[in-house]
Design a protein around this ligand. Structure first.
Ligand SMILES: Cc1ncc(COP(=O)(O)O)c(C=O)c1O
Length: 377
């Protein structure tokens, strides 16, 4: 494979380079202060993240997978229960459901947005595991909000809890409200490549339900209500003070950095318009897309990927297989409805380079390469 073309910088490193002084100062402050676990930085970040999302509560945890697990545990969803979830997601969404003790019921996607299809959810609820489904985990994949209005109507009718996996969607909105405020609870990852990324692992849960927040705060620290006294069973999944300090620095300009992603996505859309073999992402009315990833579709995806990689353009597949197609999690596919759109999408998706520090020149270089792709005729 060709070396990466110098126009394409790696996002986490570039992000650090641009903020180095502020990050070093913030982390040095934590180190000098000596309060390393659940101190002032975590408390302040929680307040700032709750305000950013437009909810009453945020709970900092160790990573995004734990955030989903703690949400389910906090709601009492576990052994014997099932959670409806798209199979087109990071495997972490499913791993978290299993860690909580529940089973996934895979749901198909809506082709235009790649998010959970409400009709397929209805089919899953009528399927063999439908009676065990207690919650629906809507993943705002790539940064596009799921169809929360339709999903909420189904959940209300069926008595199910609607939850968000917001790991890829910091800054996306639906009806003017930010993700993280669109359901009973939401889980976020701050993995270094995310729209808001730590320098290591980090995550958070948001909710307006103060009692649920309190239970999750207990669970994240051994089930303690008082120090050294476990009121419930818990785990160790605390957000680290150093990571909280880093996240606070980066949260300061998250709105601008999401806007920059959107501007670059618009440039791609314009540059690729009318291409017969490459379709740019679309955005459902009423939503804004946070463009964590910029994913195009092509019926000749493998040839396109090989061609762009040869030119040193760092493209990737998110993901090379749907979760139900992966050996570790294939066992639950039998209790799921057909996943035809998911399997079709998985064979056609390609993520083009996009991050807030990427230059227009890098985007134009990619557009020109796609336009010059020999098989495109
Ligand atoms: C959709 C989705 N859900 C959950 C996660 C889990 O986050 P983490 O890697 O922080 O555990 C990720 C990130 O990897 C993700 O992309």
């Amino acid at each position: 494979m060709a070396a990466t073309h110098p126009l394409f910088t790696a996002y986490p490193v570039e992000d650090f380079r641009r903020r180095e002084a502020a990050l070093v100062e913030a982390t040095a402050g934590v180190m000098r202060g000596g309060h390393y676990i659940l101190g002032g930085e975590v408390a302040q970040f929680e307040a700032e993240w709750a305000a950013w999302c437009g909810v009453g509560e945020a709970i900092g945890v160790a990573n995004g997978t734990d955030a989903i697990e703690l949400l389910l545990r906090g709601l009492g969803i576990g052994c014997g229960d099932a959670v409806a979830v798209p199979s087109h997601t990071a495997v972490a969404s499913i791993s978290a459901i299993r860690r909580a003790g529940a089973d996934p019921v895979y749901v198909d996607l809506e082709a235009a947005s790649f998010t959970l299809c409400p009709d397929s959810l209805e089919a899953a609820l009528r399927g063999p595991a439908g009676g065990r489904v207690k919650a629906v985990l809507a993943v705002h994949i790539y940064g596009h909000p799921a169809d929360m209005e339709r999903l909420a109507a189904i959940c209300q009718r069926e008595g199910l809890v609607l939850l968000e996996d917001g790991a890829q969607s910091h800054g996306a909105t639906l009806g003017g409200r930010r993700v993280g405020s669109l359901a009973r609870g939401a889980a976020f990852s701050f993995y270094p490549t995310k729209n808001l990324g730590a320098i290591g692992d980090a995550g958070a849960i948001t909710t307006d339900d103060a009692a649920l927040a309190e239970r999750m705060r207990e669970i994240r620290q051994y089930g303690w209500r008082e120090r050294y006294l476990s009121a419930v069973e818990g785990v160790n999944s605390r957000l680290d003070e150093l990571q909280a300090a880093i996240l606070r620095v980066k949260l300061g300009d998250l709105a601008e950095s999401v806007a920059r992603r959107q501007a670059l996505a618009a440039r791609y859309r314009e540059g690729l318009a009318g291409h017969s073999l490459v379709a740019a992402p679309t955005v459902r009315e009423g939503c804004t897309h946070a463009f964590h990833l910029h994913v195009v579709r092509s019926p000749q995806r493998d040839a396109l990927m090989e061609y762009l990689l040869e030119l040193g353009i760092p493209v990737a597949r998110h993901y090379p297989a749907a979760v139900h197609q992966q050996a570790g999690y294939a066992g639950f596919a039998g209790q799921s409805p057909g996943l035809r759109e998911t399997e079709r999408a998985v064979a056609e998706i390609l993520s083009l380079p996009l991050h807030p520090w990427l230059s227009e020149a890098a985007v134009d270089f990619t557009i020109e390469a796609v336009r010059a792709w020999p098989v495109s005729g």
